[in-house]
Structure formats: C-alpha cells, structure tokens
Design a protein around this ligand. Structure first.
Ligand code: X8Z
Ligand code: ZN
Length: 605
C-alpha cells in the first residue's frame, strides 16, 4: 500500500508522528480538559486529511514521472507532512493522563506511533533535508538501470533474466549489476537514520526500531518476542525446503556452482533478492506430481493482458460481494510501464483522497507472479474502501500485516478449480498433483519467511546503533546467511550498499508487515474455508463467489484501525492470537514429502 506519511516520499500507511514522554508541552497553568482533547483531535484529523490528500497527489505525480522538478515538489510536500505530524504529536502530549474515551486514547496512540521517519520538531531545515534524502533514494531506485550486452536494462528486465536464465555467469552478472544502483544511497541512508533517531527520541522512543515496533497494540519487546515465536513455528518447514532445493540446484549446476552443503548461492533462486523462489519451480518440481499446467504460459496463451489481469482480480472481490472499483480507478491507475519516462515501478496501491480515489501503480507483466501481485494490490484498495467511513486516524489496517495479507489471502483461492471456472484450464488435476501444487506455493510463501524477517532485523540493528555505516553491507549478508541460508555469488565490493538495492530500504517502507502477513493469510484462509464448510485439503479451497464469507470478511475490513488488531482477527477467525500453526498445517503434506526426500542429507548450513 502507498499512503503518505511523515517520512516523506515513501510509505504505506496512514501515519503520523509519535509523541511520548518528552513532556515538553502542556502548561500546568491551563490544564487541558476532555473537551480540549475532542477539539484537538477533530482539528488534527481535519488538517491531516487535507495534508495527506495534497501530499498524495504530489507523491503520485513524482512516482509516475521521476524528474528533478517532481522530486523537488515531492520533497517539499513530504517535509510539510512530516512537520505537521511531528507538531501534532508533540501537542497531543498534553492530553496524557486525562481520562479520555477509549477511541480518543487510541487516536492519540496512533498519533504517537504511526511515524515512519520523524524529524525533530520545529526544525524546518532538517525536515527538508530528510525529505530530500528520502525522495532522492526512492527516485534513484526507481530510475535504476544496468547495461547488459550494450542495452540499459531496468529492474523488470533484469529480474526477468534472474527468473529465466539458467546460466550461472549471466545470473551473477545481472545480480551484481542491479546492485551497482545502490552505493550512492549509503551516505544518505546513514544521515536519514541520524535524523530519524533524533526525531524518534524527541518523541519519547529509544530509536526508530522502538517506534516501528510500537505500532502493534503491545509493548515493542513483546512484539519482538511474538515475532520470534512465529519464526520458531515455521523455521523447520523452511529448513526442509532449503535442503531440498539446494540438492536439486546441486544436481542442476554441479558442485562448483552450488555445493551440496552450506548456504545457497542467492542468484540461483529465480528472484533478484531470493525472496520468492517460484521461478525455479521447473528445476525443483516433484518428479511424480506435476499439476500439468503453468499459469504464466496459460495467461499468455489465453491472450490475457495487464488490464484483463486486473479486471479478473476485481472479479474475485466482486464475487464476494464487494462493490466494483470506481470508474476513476480505471482512469487514473498506472497499469503498465510507460515507455518514455522514469517511474517507480514497484507495485503499490493508493488511496489519494482517503475516500474513493483509489488506484494502483504497477508495471504489470503477463505472468503468474504479477497475477498474484494484482490480487495483492487490489486487496489494499478494497481494504481502503471498506474502512473509508472510519475517522481519519482509523483509516488504516488493523495492523500493517493485515493490510498486506488481504490480497494474498484472496490469491490463495487461485486454485485449479478456480482456474477452471475462469476457463483458463480445462481439467482440474487430481490428488496426485497435490505435492506439485504445494511445492509451487511453498516456493513463494515458505521461501519468503526468513527474508520477510531479516530485512527489518537489519534495520533494527541499524536504528539501534548496533550496526554502523561501515558495517552496513556485512551485517546485511550476515543476516541473509543466518536466516535464509544464502550467500552472494561472489565477494561484494568495498563500496557496496546492497540493502539499497531492495525497494523497501530505498523507499523506507517497514518490512515486518510482510512477515506477519505471510502468517496471517493462512489463518484467514483456514477460517474462511471453515466458514465455507470446506472439508478437503486447504490448498484446494477457493472462496470464489462465497458471499457469506465475503460479508464476514468485509466486517473485519470495515473496522479499519479502530480497534486493537486482536479484535479484528477475532471478528473473522474467532481467535485473538497470531499463530503459525495454520501455515504449518497447510503445508503438512509437503513437509512429509520434503523430509522423505531429504533423508540422508545434512540439512541446514
Ligand atoms: O512490496 C510488496 C507489494 C507492495 S506492498 C508488491 N510486497 C513485498 C515485496 O515485493 O518485497 C509483496 C510481497 C513482499
Ligand atoms: Zn502490499
């Protein structure tokens, strides 16, 4: 999701600066009353609504036409958003300790914790500097190119090579090439951290990590423990998948390229960041369990284009009882990469006016991965629309993991049965294809988990000062090895800043949300299929067309951020705990298969 935040150019959630503990406002003489708090919040929401709308238009233009001037405009708007947010957060401090209604306490808490990257209050110069830095990094990423065989290639083109090539030398060249985009960002990144930490500390947080972790309706250390619990639950599944994939890559490429033991070479996994391995499905497919179709080829063969993919995605949501997307969605969205200008192509969903001006911005390609991403982005839009009757500060996800999980949950219903209903395949493969189907999904979902975790593990270390700028790159790869069991294809240059070659670092978007989303979406799926009365294996369950489930789902979405996230989870699933068991159960038959296949191997790295 894309929404204008304090941080400036980049962001994905309605957000404002936090404020706690500084105690620097609120004159004792004029003790504020509950009525003052009501008025303050009403004014704050009105100002924020206006500011977000203005800054969203600016960011939209900037990201759709990256130029010197749109960077300038976006930096200015983003600085204004930051300054307003910090100011309001500081002002809200004076209502601390008042016996306010729960809603209002929650709104003040949202003001306190929603900032992604605050600057110190009352300092326009530093706010401008921060906004310039964040805009510049994002635009450098968006316009990034690397020349292969005399042709300057953009990220999609480079990613396509990483997805399709089986030539280790070519893979290494392209993988390393994309990472030449980010060294110029390193000094900016370090300065951003410096400013952001000052901002966070003024607002009463230890650092930005503490602030980011304070957005989950529990103390930050408890949230970190929750994340550890989840990782412990799913880690065994990842270790088995890693082991199995490593063996198959060894068989394909030989010991010199991919040894039988130890970590996996990152560029062999079919994705620029090794976060989604589904592109190497053909290399690792279970030998006797072929589903008999390849969604990318089918979409192409059936003449799907980007627009038809988005329309098909919309059709899923309307089948659940959601209203169709507004006409303006189709007029204002960017659905394919324009030929003649620089664009931030990383897929995003926008809510420009916080009501109905919802859009996506995506350089859609006709393939299975983008079919999934279309459902993902639309999930953001349908969520935004569902909570548009909430007050401004509650027009947000129950937590950011929920926002990311909506569309992915819907896409879990893209089963063979559903593809047959769409007329994309003529025959639904039988149970002997189950392991193949699950393998495909695991390459996307299970492979992602340690990646989803280690991105913010790195940032938390950086924000806490445990990793200094001279250690940025080494710490990045130490975590990649520790969690994902992957290594770069060769030594990294001294000036490398590989974190900046991942969108969410360059664009300053928190990442824990995706880890949480990959857990939550399976909880949603389990609950939805139970509601639908499904008794077969979960990976074969599609809720397409189920209006009853749709209505219940919508009830959760309409709550927005008005209640603590466990309330929202309970409304749809009946449980208040985020828990990895649903995901583990979903993949249980695959786990059995992987263990059999891995027998005799020494798994791990
Ligand atoms: O960034 C995204 C979405 C937009 S919120 C396309 N995702 C993460 C990524 O690409 O790194 C979805 C999966 C993880
Ligand atoms: Zn998203």
């Amino acid at each position: 999701m894309r929404k204008i935040l304090l941080a400036g150019a980049a962001a994905c959630a309605l957000a404002l600066a936090g404020c706690s503990g500084s105690g620097n406002t609120g004159a004792a003489a004029n003790k504020p009353t509950v009525a003052d708090a009501d008025k303050f919040l009403a004014d704050a929401e009105s100002q924020l609504g206006d500011m977000y709308e203005y800054a969203s238009h600016t960011a939209w233009v900037n990201e759709n036409f990256i130029t010197y001037d749109t960077d300038w405009l976006n930096s200015r708007a983003s600085s204004e958003v930051t300054q307003l947010g910090v100011k309001l957060a500081v002002e809200s401090e004076k209502f601390k300790g008042l016996d306010l209604p729960q809603d209002e306490q929650r709104k003040i808490m949202k003001l306190r914790t929603a900032s992604v990257m605050p600057s110190p209050s009352g300092d326009k110069k530093v706010a401008d500097e921060l906004a310039t830095i964040t805009t510049r990094m994002q635009s450098e990423y968006g316009a990034g190119k690397f020349t292969v065989d005399g042709k300057a290639l953009n990220l999609e083109e480079l990613s396509n090579i990483v997805g399709e090539s089986r030539d280790p030398a070519k893979l290494k060249q392209v993988w390393e090439g994309w990472r030449t985009v980010s060294p110029p960002m390193k000094a900016d990144y370090a300065r951003m951290v410096e400013i952001g930490n000052q901002g966070a500390q003024e607002l009463g947080f230890k650092n930005i990590a503490d602030m980011w972790l304070s957005t989950y309706d529990m103390p930050p250390d408890q949230m970190e423990q929750t994340v550890e619990k989840l990782w412990t639950q799913v880690q065994p599944l990842y270790t088995e998948l890693h082991c199995y994939v490593r063996t198959r890559l060894n068989q394909k490429y030989g010991d010199a390229v991919q040894p039988k033991t130890g970590p996996i070479r990152a560029d062999l996994l079919g994705n620029m960041w090794a976060q989604d391995w589904s592109n190497i499905y053909p290399l690792v497919a279970p030998r006797a369990s072929d589903p008999g179709y390849d969604l990318t080829s089918i979409l192409k063969a059936k003449g799907y284009d980007a627009m038809k993919m988005v329309k098909t995605g919309e059709g899923f949501y309307t089948s659940l009882g959601f209203d169709p997307l507004p006409k303006t969605f189709w007029e204002r969205s960017l659905i394919t990469r324009p030929r003649d200008r620089e664009v931030v192509c990383h897929a995003s969903a926008w809510d420009i006016d916080n009501v109905d001006d919802i859009r996506i911005k995506m350089c859609t390609q006709v393939n299975a991965e983008d079919f999934q991403t279309v459902h993902h982005e639309l999930g953001h839009n349908f969520y935004q629309r569902a909570y548009d009757k909430q007050d401004i500060l509650f027009r947000d996800g129950a937590n950011d993991g929920f926002h990311e999980a909506i569309g992915d949950f819907i896409a879990l219903s893209v089963t063979p049965e559903y593809l047959k209903q769409l007329g994309l395949i003529s025959k639904v493969p039988g149970p002997d294809a189950d392991i193949g189907l699950l393998m495909n999904r695991a390459l996307e979902k299970v492979a992602f988990l340690p990646f989803g975790l280690r991105i913010d593990k790195w940032r938390w270390q950086v924000f806490r000062g445990q990793t200094t700028p001279d250690q940025y790159n080494d710490a990045w790869w130490a975590l990649a090895k520790q969690y994902q069991g992957i290594v770069p294809p060769g030594p990294r240059p001294a000036d490398a800043f590989d974190p900046g070659a991942k969108f969410h670092i360059a664009a300053n978007t928190p990442y824990l949300r995706y880890f949480l989303s990959y857990i939550l979406q399976f909880q949603f799926q389990k609950a939805a299929c139970e509601q639908a009365g499904w008794t077969g294996p979960l990976h074969r369950c599609s809720i397409y067309g189920n209006k009853e489930v749709g209505a219940k789902f919508k009830t959760m979405l309409e709550m927005g951020a008005s209640k603590p996230w466990p309330d929202a989870l309970e409304a749809f699933t009946g449980t208040r705990e985020i828990d990895g068991t649903a995901m583990v159960d979903y993949f249980a038959p695959l786990m059995t298969y992987l263990k059999q296949q891995n027998e005799g191997q020494s798994c791990g790295w």
